[in-house]
Design a protein around this ligand. Structure first.
Ligand SMILES: *Cc1c(COP(=O)(O)O)cnc(C)c1O
Length: 409
């Protein structure tokens, strides 16, 4: 029997078996050199960044797009524009990147952690409902790995309570539920264009919205507190410089032109991979709302049953898969487990907020952190026959699971 790579066998895949990330062509190069030659590299007059954000908002189904420096400051600007501040509470899902909670803390509000659905790993309206208090001002939904939360129900819930829904769509470029794009359901949709994201300029972010008044507040906040059409040194509110550069705008415009075709290829890849893995016991893909009519895959997430792999922990399985040459990603820990919220942490979040987060009960998120395997989205751009061989690599690891467990680690 062929030994898995984790036990010294030859890896199933060559180092170049899967497409690299990010991808670019002469389209990015042309935009970059044009921006260079124009001599306008940034500032509030930057056109490439503004045009890209407007095009991207249209692509997601919103009226207005605001370019920003990254996908954390977009969340902060959205919260500011929703009037969230000192002492307010914002419900966030237990399973997400730290930034979702950090943005809340940045505006001196308290992140209130609600557990996720054990299958889709997204926010559950019932848990949100249970987390509401008279101080709740907003809910931030996260469309984890591109799978959309029950956004229609969350939007209705927020509307009924007079609170704001913000969609952290950093994983969901192009995802659509009931024909409506991620980020266009809430007051704001927040996107990241950081290196690992599905559209990228290395760093970058955008807010989308169809609310002109709140768009102006967010724009002003991210542009040093200036007023649109105001004088250079007219600062009407406390604001910061969260602007996007023209380099980012140039690259993102090219990335967006390529995106619809890439999105379709990933969806196709996800279908092939799902079919190939269907016969593999102990691996089940993350649940996706059947009402989604388009699905971004920031990652292909698998629920992993250690029992089917002789008790081998998910992290060890994931490492064995990586050794075979399959690009894997690291699952998020549950928010309540982050060091910044720990008692006695060196650089903790404010004590009252930290205590609240620490005390959150989120068994589904904690379990998912231990029992999911994340495959990198670049894998889905590989040809179907290669994706079929990923299932074979999983089986090879299963057959050797006993020996792998015995090796320890
Ligand atoms: C990447 C990410 C962010 C933050 O984006 P940056 O551009 O890295 O600041 C926010 N939320 C989620 C869920 C993310 O994955």
């Amino acid at each position: 029997m062929h030994r898995p790579a984790a036990l010294g066998g030859a890896p199933a895949f060559a180092p170049d078996a899967f497409p690299a990330w990010p991808q670019w062509t002469d389209d990015e190069r042309t935009g970059l050199t044009a921006a260079l030659d124009e001599g306008l590299w940034g500032s509030s007059r930057a056109r490439r960044a503004a045009d890209f954000a407007a095009d991207f908002a249209r692509f997601q189904g919103a009226a207005i797009g605001l370019p920003m420096a990254n996908g954390t400051c977009t969340l902060e600007a959205a919260l500011v524009a929703c009037g969230v501040g000192e002492g307010d509470e914002v419900v966030v899902p237990a399973l997400t990147f730290a930034a979702t909670a950090v943005a809340v803390l940045r505006v001196n509000a308290v992140p209130v952690v609600a557990d996720v659905d054990p299958d889709s790993l997204c926010l559950v309206p019932e848990h949100v409902e249970a987390a509401l208090t008279p101080r709740t001002r907003a809910v931030i939904a996260v469309h984890l790995a591109g799978a959309m939360a029950a956004t229609d129900r969350l939007a209705a819930l927020c509307a009924a309570r007079g609170i704001d829904l913000i969609e952290d769509s950093a994983h969901a470029h192009g995802s659509r539920l009931l024909g409506r794009g991620a980020g266009s359901w809430g007051v704001f949709g927040s996107f990241s264009f950081q290196q690992s994201k599905l559209l990228t300029a290395g760093e970058g972010g955008a807010l989308i919205t169809s609310d002109p008044a709140r768009a102006e507040t967010a724009r002003s906040y991210a542009n040093c507190g200036r007023r649109t059409g105001g004088a250079t040194y007219e600062h009407v509110r406390l604001g910061v410089n969260y602007r996007m550069t023209e380099w980012q705008g140039a690259v993102l415009a090219a990335q967006l032109r390529r995106y619809p075709a890439q999105l379709a290829r990933r969806e196709e890849g996800a279908r092939h991979l799902g079919a190939a893995l269907a016969a593999t016991a102990g691996l089940r893909p993350q649940g996706r709302d059947p009402r989604m009519d388009r699905s971004a895959y920031y990652a292909y997430v698998l629920h992993y049953d250690p029992e089917a792999f002789g008790g081998l922990p998910a992290a060890r399985f994931s490492a064995a898969l990586a050794a075979e040459g399959v690009p894997v990603a690291t699952p998020y820990p549950a928010l309540n487990r982050l060091d910044m919220f720990a008692a006695g942490a060196a650089a903790p979040a404010p004590p009252t907020a930290a205590e609240r987060v620490r005390a959150a009960v989120c068994p589904a998120a904690e379990r998912a952190a231990q029992t999911t395997v994340w495959l990198h989205h670049r894998l889905l751009l590989a040809p179907p026959d290669r994706l079929a061989r990923v299932a074979e690599a999983c089986d090879r690891i299963r057959r050797a699971a006993g020996r792998l467990s015995a090796v320890g680690g």
